[in-house]
Design a protein around this ligand. Structure first.
Ligand SMILES: [Fe+2]
Ligand SMILES: [Fe+2]
Length: 299
């Protein structure tokens, strides 16, 4: 066991009460798969699962050529991508966080250990909820972004604080992206409630991740901080635009999709469309603000 790599793995003293409250709330309000959503209700796929103006292709020359039915299908397939992204990420987290507990044992403060267990348990329930939703809505599971999958595979070998930081960023992007587009009055109710109920737990996960990272960054040497910036800054620059368009959608449409999965130039143009840039600026603002505040962003 190399406990030096654990570094400062805790929260600042002024956060201690917050952490106790997170633990307490999580135990008092656990998500129960059987009744978290009204599973007996039908999902009406003629109702939008997300804001139509948040369609990946909105405002591009492709958009106007789709029929209304095709536009609706695209929204559902984009929701499938969001749900798939949560599944891919969240089914790796229990392994990662329980791995820290097994590896570092009592060197991790007791309350942090307890929250890592709660976190793991909650992600397992979330993953089951998302899988059940995909099945009920007859939506495909995306195989996912290769770079993200590669990163997830490497996390267990990194210092735990980097595992926590990468997890925080990935979860926060997925969470802000999903919530921003699904909580309006006109959204399909089961989909809307699913993202809301997930958010209730995720808001705690995000606070926990932020507190651990803030404490570490504050205590980091200049050299350690530089190493973090070198990992985080390029990741943010790639991850946020990538969220705006996943070429895999072409595999799932019931009609001939006009954009080839290999046409990287067009994918980049869509990701940088005016609509997607404006959307990213708004929906990811809390994350980008935090990254800048922590001094982790480099132009
Ligand atoms: Fe989750
Ligand atoms: Fe989470």
């Amino acid at each position: 066991m190399n406990s030096a790599e654990l570094g400062k793995f805790g929260v600042e003293p002024q956060r201690q009460r917050g952490l106790t409250k997170l633990i307490d709330t999580s135990h008092r309000r656990p998500m129960n798969l059987a009744d978290v959503l009204p599973w007996e209700n039908t999902i009406d796929k003629s109702v939008a699962p997300k804001e139509p103006t948040h369609c990946w292709l909105y405002g591009t020359s492709f958009y106007d050529n789709f029929s209304e039915q095709q536009k609706s299908e695209l929204l559902w397939l984009q929701t499938a991508r969001d749900v798939s992204m949560f599944i891919t990420l969240e089914q790796t987290l229990p392994v990662l966080y329980m791995g820290y507990i097994n590896k570092y044992g009592s060197e991790i403060p007791k309350d942090i250990t307890e929250y890592l267990m709660i976190f793991s348990k909650e992600e397992i329930v979330h993953t089951m909820m998302f899988k059940r939703y995909l099945k009920k809505a007859e939506l495909p599971m995306y195989s996912g972004d290769a770079a993200i999958k590669n990163l997830l595979g490497r996390l267990p070998d990194m210092p735990p604080i980097m595992g926590v930081l990468y997890t925080l960023i990935l979860e926060w992007v997925a969470e802000l992206g999903a919530l921003y587009s699904t909580q309006g009055d006109n959204i399909e109710p089961l989909t809307k409630k699913m993202f809301y109920e997930h958010h209730v737990d995720e808001a705690r996960h995000i606070s926990f991740g932020k507190w651990l990272c803030e404490s570490h960054i504050k205590n980091a040497s200049a050299e350690q901080r530089k190493a973090i910036i070198e990992m985080v800054s390029p990741m943010i620059k790639r991850l946020l635009p990538a969220f705006s368009y996943n070429p895999e959608i072409a595999r799932y449409t019931s009609f001939d999709f006009p954009i080839s999965p290999d046409d990287k130039e067009v994918h980049e143009a869509i990701r940088n469309s005016q609509s997607n840039q404006a959307l990213n600026e708004k929906r990811f603002a809390p994350l980008t603000r935090w990254i800048v505040e922590q001094g982790l962003y480099e132009d």
